[in-house]
Design a protein around this ligand. Structure first.
Ligand code: LLP
Length: 381
């Protein structure tokens, strides 16, 4: 089990997120080592975690950032990301959000529809600015991940369908306040095999070739995010295999000398450095089961309830060598408020601290106040 600074935890009120900054720094270094190519640029998908201390570290390491709202752009600017490294994505950008992004001269808008292009053109023209635009293409690829986090299929709301891309490209070329710089793709999240990324590369090659013949060149290809992490064995694989991931693109994307590739990684950057720390309130004997009732709930970490995700649960207090089988549940009035069924843990008692692992991505940021609960705190060490 990885070492937790239990002493520091004792004075904290639970539940809270603990971020291991050394692991985050090592992860950022691993990405730089795996992708030294001058044409590769990583934009951190800030939707995964916008904790100010976490994102400051990522900004400091020189990464760009992928935002999907004005709030995220503001958080990124506050953390020190330069506006020239901010890309703004999202299927439903608001007028005031586009206005804010134009005023801040962000790097690029990832655009998902023709009506959105029209609005950006109008607003940029009023400001006498030229907006860099990448068109998000829906490549119709099955990423074989949970259906809530697969995004590149025809039936998903995301991106411009291949059949309609022509019209969008044309619109950009005809409108003077839009500069078409590239194409954007994102096929899904928590992808743990390389095949979908290889298929993505093939689709991209075909599209880029088609447009080259028509005299349209894309200087930037954004392949989105999606690299998964090992939820079952966070200590065995604390840092994802970035080398194999980048190799897929290195080996399969046909690039010319001037083309840049953008990656928008979220989970793989912050997932493993975060744990949700929660205290055991009661051990409850059921007729057939024993329940460990903890003070964290689905309001603090919604992934198990929403995606049937499983996060490794460890008792970081108990020294007992005897084990018991428990269902680990929270205090919220929903049966889906369950972190794990039939978990084998050391004999657990009221007051013990449990770590719910691999919770750095889509954990704290997705917390809610359902049941009028407080939001979880955080400590960053
Ligand atoms: N780029 C775009 C356009 C995205 O929609 C996403 C994630 C990313 C990049 C970052 O993907 P990542 O590298 O983190 O897989 N809440 C869900 C995940 C939702 C992902 C949404 N989009 C979860 O907890 O599994």
């Amino acid at each position: 089990m990885s070492k937790f600074p239990i002493k520091e935890f004792e004075s904290q009120s639970t539940p809270f997120y603990y971020y291991d900054m050394e692991l985050l720094r090592n992860t950022l270094d691993a990405i730089k080592t795996a992708a030294p190519d001058s044409c590769f640029h990583v934009h951190y998908a800030i939707k995964a975690n916008a904790n100010s201390l976490v994102i400051r570290e990522i900004a400091k390491a020189g990464f760009g950032v992928d935002c999907v709202s004005e709030g995220e752009i503001r958080a990124a600017l506050n953390a020190g990301f330069p506006s020239s490294k901010i890309v703004f994505a999202g299927v439903g950008k608001g007028d005031s959000e586009i206005d804010f992004a134009l005023d801040n001269d962000i790097e690029c808008f990832n655009v998902e529809s023709i009506p959105e292009l029209q609005l950006i053109q109008e607003m940029a023209s009023v400001k006498d600015k030229i907006a860099n635009v990448a068109l998000r293409v829906n490549p119709n690829i099955d990423a074989h991940t949970h259906h809530y986090i697969t995004t590149g299929l025809e039936e998903n709301k995301f991106g411009i369908a291949l059949e309609m891309l022509h019209e969008a490209v044309d619109f950009c070329l005809k409108n003077p306040n839009l500069r078409l710089v590239g194409l954007h793709f994102h096929i899904g999240s928590q992808i743990t095999v390389t095949e979908p990324f290889k298929i993505l590369c093939e689709r991209i090659n075909t599209l880029v070739d088609q447009y080259k013949k028509l005299g349209v060149e894309f200087r930037m290809i954004n392949v989105g995010g999606g690299l998964g992490i090992d939820y079952d064995d966070p200590d065995g694989h604390p840092i994802p295999d970035f080398k194999s991931y980048f190799d897929v693109f290195r080996e399969n994307l046909r690039l010319d000398a001037t083309q840049q590739v953008h990656f928008e990684l979220g989970r793989s950057i912050v997932g493993q450095c975060g744990s949700l720390i929660t205290k055991v309130r009661y051990i409850k004997e059921g007729v057939k089961k024993k329940f460990v009732i903890v003070d964290a709930g689905m309001t603090d970490l919604i992934r198990p309830a929403l995606y049937q995700a499983h996060h490794l649960i460890q008792n970081i207090t108990s020294q007992s060598s005897e084990t018991e089988v428990y269902d680990v549940v929270g205090p919220i009035c929903e049966s889906s408020d369950c972190f794990g069924m039939e978990e084998t843990l050391p004999v657990t008692r009221r007051g013990d601290l449990l770590a719910i692992r691999s919770a750095g991505a889509y954990g704290e940021i997705m917390a809610s106040q359902y049941n009028c609960r407080n939001l979880p705190g955080s400590i960053v060490l």
